[in-house]
Design a protein around this ligand. Structure first.
Ligand SMILES: [Zn+2]
Length: 264
């Protein structure tokens, strides 16, 4: 890798001097141009020394981890308010500005300073979602276990943690779930529960012929909140009472038939 021509380095050099020299085929014309650009080339030589120090310190690898973090935070901002806080945007802006101006070598200290709180904030947000997913799916599993419904398919969403972070780690090494995916899995816990219940009902009906007629009265029925509660926005006690009334009606109708109700 030629660090001097890499887009992330050498902001103060346009690269024009080098390109001019490289473009000249004849040695004498090259020499003439070299004399014209001698000051720039001297600076470039100093800069090359700084770049070498930068490379020897292992900073290019740290920079690659930083890039991955910046992208992960940008994705996470779509689902986690804590990653959209003003200070997070401030850190990101500072990091991006240093990149845009190709000042990584010159401003690596500032870059690293902004990186630390960003990584900490990201990992804290990740750990919270990781724990939230565990709680959500452990609850789903407990309910399904009580109904003797298989829960093997939930295994990849059950990861108790705690998350052990490697250098620049962005996902849990045990489940490898991306932060955004954690969020969407949490959102779909109730749906997943409903799906497994329906699937189990279907299998039981198949096994028992036509279900109730064959003597296999169903023990439970799934009541979907979004289907039975028509009230969508609750801004006061009256609307709350209305929503509860709708839910009560739906549940009581099922209870009258002797079934147990599972909410989803
Ligand atoms: Zn995990």
């Amino acid at each position: 890798m030629n660090y001097l021509t890499c887009p992330i380095f050498g902001g103060q050099f346009s690269g024009a001097a080098i390109e001019t020299l490289q473009a000249l085929p004849q040695a004498d014309r090259r020499l003439k141009a070299l004399v014209q650009h001698v000051e720039t080339l001297k600076q470039l030589k100093d800069y090359q020394g700084k770049v070498q120090e930068f490379v020897d310190a292992g900073n290019p690898a740290a920079y690659r981890r930083a890039r991955a973090l910046m992208e992960a935070v940008a994705c996470g901002q779509r689902v986690t308010p804590t990653l959209s806080a003003p200070e997070v945007n401030g850190w990101l802006e500072e990091l991006r500005a240093i990149e845009t101006h190709r000042e990584l070598v010159e401003k690596w200290g500032t870059f690293a300073q902004n990186l630390h709180p960003l990584l900490y904030r990201y990992q804290t947000a990740y750990e919270a979602l990781h724990a939230e997913r565990q709680a959500a799916y452990a609850a789903v599993k407990a309910e399904l276990d009580a109904l003797a419904i298989p829960t093997e398919t939930l295994a990849d969403r059950l990861c108790a943690g705690p998350v052990t972070w490697g250098a620049g780690g962005l996902t849990c090494p045990d489940c490898g779930t991306a932060l955004e995916t954690l969020y969407y899995q949490i959102q779909s816990a109730a749906q997943e529960k409903g799906r497994l219940i329906q699937e189990a009902r279907g299998k039981r009906q198949d096994a028992e012929g036509t279900g109730q007629e064959a003597g296999g009265a169903e023990e439970f029925v799934v009541v979907y909140l979004h289907e039975v509660i028509a009230t969508r926005e609750i801004a006061d006690d009256a609307a709350l009472a209305q929503a509860i009334e709708e839910l009560r009606d739906a549940i009581q109708a099922e209870l009258k038939t002797g079934k147990k109700v599972v909410l989803a």
